[in-house]
Design a protein around this ligand. Structure first.
Ligand SMILES: C[S@@+](CC[C@H](N)C(=O)[O-])C[C@H]1O[C@@H](n2cnc3c(N)ncnc32)[C@H](O)[C@@H]1O
Length: 195
């Protein structure tokens, strides 16, 4: 993806203050919701900011669309497989994984409903999907995000008013829990692929 190809070399430096203040903690919380020993898939792994929190899955495949982002991720890899892939067309057989997760990714996937459909295909029935995403918050703030969205989509292909939990549920995933953070601007969404 063009935006992230040009963004890749600045990404870690740009996010470093947020990582220290809250993002690192939220990443850890996200990964703690993945059952141990899972065959795990990460979508949109970026520069590999989650790798240090992977824990002890049976095996991990870290997928990412941008080749430049993947180049930075490769330096941080710790036995996980890296693969260039579009979340809307995952190159895996059905039921390949017990769990999948993504952090800060569904805001930039053009057609999230296609990514959810493919997640439902590659994660086995009964498997878990965990997302840490910035979303459209409730109330007045939500309306401000609707306005902000015009600028963020035009400038960086980032949708600031996505209702990601709702899209996941309408794609057939079952919502287990939604932990709202920062007045609902960030959601930690725990889902299950129904049996
Ligand atoms: C904000 S970054 C988040 C990176 C990483 N997950 C993190 O938490 O630091 C969004 C990432 O999603 C990736 N991405 C966007 N659309 C994608 C798609 N259709 N398939 C796979 N990855 C995608 C981008 O290339 C980028 O690396």
């Amino acid at each position: 993806m063009a935006v992230y190809d040009s963004f890749a070399r600045f990404y870690d430096r740009l996010f470093a203050p947020a990582e220290r203040r809250f993002l690192g903690r939220w990443r850890q919380e996200t990964l703690s919701l993945i059952p141990e020993g899972s065959r795990l898939l990460e979508l949109g792994a970026g520069t590999g900011a989650n790798f240090e929190y992977y824990g002890s899955p049976e095996r991990v495949v870290s997928s990412e669309l941008s080749c430049e982002m993947l180049g930075f991720a490769a330096v941080k890899a710790r036995g996980n497989a890296l693969i260039q892939a579009n979340a809307e067309e995952l190159p895996f057989a059905a039921d390949s994984f017990d769990a999948a997760f993504a952090t800060l990714v569904f805001c930039s996937i053009p057609r999230p409903e296609l990514a959810f459909a493919d997640l439902r295909r590659v994660v086995r029935p009964g498997g878990r999907v965990v997302l840490l995403e910035h979303v459209r918050p409730p109330g007045l703030l939500g309306m401000m995000f609707d306005l902000l969205n015009f600028a963020t989509v035009a400038l960086i292909d980032d949708h600031f008013n996505r209702r990601t939990a709702e899209v996941a549920v309408s794609s057939g995933l079952r919502l287990i829990e939604n932990r709202r953070k920062l007045a609902g601007v960030v959601n930690l969404i725990v889902l299950e692929n129904p049996e």
